[in-house]
Design a protein around this ligand. Structure first.
Ligand code: SAH
Length: 200
């Protein structure tokens, strides 16, 4: 998976590749999907949600340039897989999931696998996680119609956010948002298809 789908498609960040070789993706999908866990696509995880395509997880992880001292916020914990990949690299991961049952499952799974540097909470990620802000990076894994202002606020100066922006159930654009000297700079990357960012 890592060689063919991620490294060969241009993701070069060694820490990201190593993390994705380490995290057992098959333990993050429902048993019925286990044989497809390392396939080149998203998979259903119940509640109408999906675990993202491995390439997208790799791309988004590398894009925030994660490092050992970093504190990262993720919106859309889903299965907990993206959080685990980040947790292999950075110091602390905070992840928010709006679907209560998924939040519960992700929390249990990450605990069982020993990811004690990840905190999961149920809630609407639109508001970020103020108690732990500011963050070096924010990874949003559901498609929002616009970049939630509270998330920009909770980004450190010099911080970076990656977020799919666009209408739900259509093709969206993956965007990179950089906060620099009180200004934010936004760059469009490529078209993507994510599940919708919902609100409580
Ligand atoms: N990162 C996940 C992918 C999950 S798909 C993984 O690695 O498995 C996106 C998730 O975002 C879904 O589980 C969905 O329920 C959640 N979501 C949608 N809107 C949200 C919101 N406002 N706050 C938090 N989570 C949200």
């Amino acid at each position: 998976m890592v060689k063919d789908q991620i490294a060969n498609r241009g993701v070069q960040d060694e820490a990201t590749l190593k993390a994705m070789r380490t995290v057992p993706r098959h333990l993050f999908v429902p048993e019925s999907q286990r044989s497809r866990a390392y396939d080149d696509g998203p998979l259903p995880i119940g509640y109408g949600q999906t675990i993202s395509q491995p390439y997208i997880v790799g791309y988004m992880t590398a894009a925030i340039d994660p490092g050992p001292g970093s504190k990262v916020l993720e919106i859309g914990a889903g299965s907990g897989y993206q959080a685990a990949v980040l947790a292999e690299i950075v110091d602390k991961v905070y992840t928010i999931e709006i679907v209560e049952e998924l939040a519960k499952q992700a929390k249990g799974r990450l605990r069982e696998l020993g990811y004690d540097n990840v905190q999961v909470k149920q809630g609407d990620g639109y508001y970020g996680w103020k108690e732990h802000a500011p963050f070096d990076a924010i990874v949003v894994t559901a498609a929002a119609e616009f970049v939630p202002p509270p998330l920009i606020e909770q980004l450190k100066p010099g911080g970076i956010m990656i977020i799919p922006v666009g209408s739900p159930f259509m093709v969206q654009t993956l965007m990179l948002v950089e906060k620099k000297g009180g200004q934010t700079k936004t760059k469009s990357l490529f078209p993507v298809r994510f599940v919708p960012f919902t609100r409580e």
